[in-house]
Design a protein around this ligand. Sequence first.
Ligand SMILES: [Zn+2]
Length: 88
Amino acid sequence: MLIPDDNLAAWTGHWLTVACGCGRKVHVPVKLLVREHGPAASLPALVARMRCKSCNGRVADATMTANPQAGAVGYAAGFPFSGTRERA
Ligand SMILES: [Zn+2]
């Protein structure tokens, strides 16, 4: 998984959507992560430590979404983590 080297402060107001290989997907508000880990916490490091609550697997894919409640499935509004380094 390839993600930018950002800290949480750069993404406040967004939601982190993480998906597991088992099909489970969760939306986590970045402001909640900031409250738990602080604004300087590394986003890639946090994602790397996350585990699926269903199968205990690692995160298979992570995207930033402006507002998953309004856009429903829409990844289009978010910044895609996957592949950013590959295309660079
Ligand atoms: Zn899983």
